[in-house]
Design a protein around this ligand. Structure first.
Ligand code: SF4
Ligand code: SF4
Ligand SMILES: [Zn+2]
Length: 307
């Protein structure tokens, strides 16, 4: 465990600030009240908090890898890969939230946002005939996309297992739709009218969406076709998906198996605890959700096993 450095002093010697080494009054701790020392103290505290969080994340990952190893191995076997090291595999977050019809107030809020960004686009860029500026949040996206090969199907295993943890942020962000998103659509098809765009975006709303998530977050993931989405929705990859992409790069063409696992699974050590969704993508790109695979019991000190 990390501890602040301990300073030894002789009896009678004044306590010195451990930042600036000037004497401090005896009852005010080991850091003086000069603003620079107090700032350094706050920075130290913040970095300790983030170090502890990193450690908790690493511990969670370690336990999660161990707990899902046998189900991933079984998933691999079921698509004809006898050993786990013969196939790209990984973890993903897992959200298990109910679907519901979009409440009227949320639909109205989304519609108001949609109309605002569409009107902003028409107000600023009526008759779009030249390419819009690249989006500020990802200026290289369009260029990168033009040169990148299509993503392997196996990579989707992580998002199918996860069911869209990152899309939860699309609730308050209104599907990340902004004026630039609309201007880009109008540049691609200048004949689109204001009403066309409103109708089009509304037509993609799913029958039911995930409670508390983006309006387009349907039972099978995003219902908004990729070309109509905001850039961030096409370019964002969480760390789990990036890790799977690296695994696929090392074992191209093998397919993938992924265990979507809820963060809180560690609080329930019982076998069959409902925090798991395993997905396989076979080498010929067949996607299967393996609902019959259940989470094994969480045993402390479960030994790591090689396959
Ligand atoms: S990018 Fe990550 S968080 Fe988002 S849906 Fe895919 S696996 Fe889940
Ligand atoms: S538009 Fe689609 S990809 Fe973007 S946040 Fe909403 S559900 Fe997720
Ligand atoms: Zn000081």
């Amino acid at each position: 465990m990390h501890r602040a450095p301990v300073t030894f002093r002789h009896p009678g010697q004044p306590i010195r600030c451990r930042m600036c080494h000037r004497p401090v009054p005896t009852d005010t701790g080991d850091v003086c009240d000069r603003p620079t020392c107090q700032t350094r103290l706050r920075v130290e505290a913040a970095s300790e908090i983030s170090r502890q969080k990193r450690q908790r994340d690493e511990d969670w990952l370690e336990v999660s890898k161990r707990r899902t190893r046998s189900v991933l191995r079984q998933a691999a076997k079921e698509i004809g890969v006898p050993r786990l090291d013969g196939i790209a595999h990984g973890l993903a977050p897992y959200i298990d939230l109910r679907q519901t019809r979009l409440p009227e107030d949320r639909r109205a809020e989304f519609l108001a946002h949609l109309i605002t960004v569409i009107d902003e686009s028409f107000a600023k860029a009526d008759g779009v005939t030249t390419a819009p500026q690249p989006p500020e949040d990802d200026p290289e996206y369009a260029e990168r996309l033009a040169h990148e090969p299509p993503e392997p199907m196996a990579l989707n295993a992580s998002c199918i297992a996860c069911q869209g943890d990152c899309c939860m942020q699309g609730a308050s962000a209104m599907a990340f739709l902004k004026e630039e998103t609309i201007t880009c659509q109008r540049w691609k098809d200048p004949s689109l009218t204001r009403d066309d765009l409103i109708e089009l975006y509304l037509s993609y709303l799913p029958e039911t969406s995930t409670i508390g998530s983006c309006v387009y977050h349907g039972p099978q993931g995003c219902t908004l076709d990729r070309p109509w989405r905001a850039n961030i929705c096409n370019s964002f990859q969480c760390g789990f998906r990036r890790t799977l992409a690296e695994a696929i790069e090392k074992r191209p063409g093998t397919g993938a198996v992924v265990a979507g696992l809820s963060r809180t699974h560690v609080n329930d050590p019982s076998a069959g605890a409902p925090y798991l969704r395993v997905v396989s993508v076979s080498p010929d790109d067949t996607v299967t959700v393996l609902d019959h695979l259940k989470l094994p019991a969480l045993r402390k000190g479960m030994p790591e096993r090689d396959d």
